[in-house]
Design a protein. Structure first.
Length: 91
């Protein structure tokens, strides 16, 4: 399997950093690095996340990384990280 980030997923990482950095730049860096590394666990267990049936027939799933929700899609031999946000955000 291969792991790729969708443009919106990368934008979410940047948005989260920009939100956190004014308060604590070091914590913002640690958080974003942790979130960027988290999907690597999916390479060994791609279907560990909860399946989101509203996206059928696509195989979109979600995992929680601390207080952040990460949505990803499995297509063939590739895992795409689609979106990422804090669970307290209005979505």
């Amino acid at each position: 399997m291969e792991l790729k980030w969708a443009n919106k997923g990368l934008s979410d990482l940047a948005r989260l950093y920009e939100f956190l950095a004014p308060v604590n730049k070091a914590a913002a860096t640690r958080t974003v690095q942790s979130l960027a590394k988290a999907p690597e666990q999916l390479l060994a267990n791609p279907r560990i996340g909860e399946k989101l049936f509203e996206f059928d027939p696509r195989e979109v799933r979600r995992i929680l990384v601390g207080q952040y929700e990460m949505r990803y899609e499995i297509r063939n031999e590739t895992i795409y990280v689609l979106r990422l946000w804090h669970t307290r955000e209005e979505r």
